[in-house]
Design a binder for this molecule. Sequence first.
Ligand SMILES: C[S@@+](CC[C@H](N)C(=O)[O-])C[C@H]1O[C@@H](n2cnc3c(N)ncnc32)[C@H](O)[C@@H]1O
Length: 331
Amino acid sequence: MESNSKKTTGLTRPLHDLHPPAGDLLSEVLTGLTAPQKTLPCKYFYDQKGSQLFDKICELAEYYPTRTEISILDQSAREISDKVGPKITLIELGSGSSSKTENLLQKIDEVQRYVPIDISREHLMEASERIAGRFPHIEVWPICADMNEEVSLPDDIDTTSKRVLFFPGSTVGNFEHESQIAFLSRMKRLCANVGDQLLIGIDLIKDIKTLEAAYNDAEGVTSEFNLNILQRINTELGADFKIDHFIHRAVFNKVKSRIEMHLVSVTDQVVQIQEEKFQFDSNESICTEYSHKFTIDGFVQMAQPIGWELEQAWTDKDQLFAVLLLRLGEL
Ligand SMILES: C[S@@+](CC[C@H](N)C(=O)[O-])C[C@H]1O[C@@H](n2cnc3c(N)ncnc32)[C@H](O)[C@@H]1O
């Protein structure tokens, strides 16, 4: 919970480091691969290569969410600006390259302080320095933390300025339903006052063809991104996954309203990770990510009992994606 005393160039504040444990990769991988449906946690996609591949996915023709969300934010910037009001503290969860924020900050000048929170320290610092350099009038307070845990803000952050939490990218859809509720409750605990807000992007339910194409691009970038998690386990844990013995598969589960991303074993094989061996049957899969799709009404019904009330929803003309502004009605 300490603040790094070394001042970083260009930043208003040094890194507030909650030291999210890095050593959990082994235990989480072993636990995931021991379950009846083998799984790997999607947060481990984002090593340096994974983050670069994700940025590439965002540019793909088939991958509509990023460009659609950016265009909604662009077109609604004036209204967002009016609704959030002056001198806000903008807190972004899983901020990554902060590129959507950078775009938003060019259009709204209400932000006094930007608090990016990410588990990937290097990525976080690079983005924070870029934002601080580009917007010198904004205080940037980077926090390295795991958003799946309780995140404590620095003690000296004031409790009077309005807080607006920003969670774009429909990342909330990567959680299962119970965890979505838990996450929205943790977001509430990051607020200081009734009236604080949450600006959140959600991917909407649509035809299966469009949904599945977004996760099965013709160039194979999503496949490379998915398979990269095995490479990471090989590199960091000395495992012996044969990458070409697995293939990427992404399918829409209509009942659960989610894209399920898998790595499918193309043969019977055994993989060794340190002392442990894992048997894979031919066609057996490892589930690597869920990406739930929502309706605006369904999302609002989930958020309301927690205290989040819908203030405004913006969407694109094809109703592919929505950006919601929720307001905390009670603490
Ligand atoms: C897909 S990027 C999203 C970036 C940005 N918010 C956007 O919408 O473009 C996901 C980011 O979330 C971060 N992340 C993933 N799991 C996390 C966790 N448990 N806690 C904090 N950050 C996390 C990753 O490091 C990565 O930078």
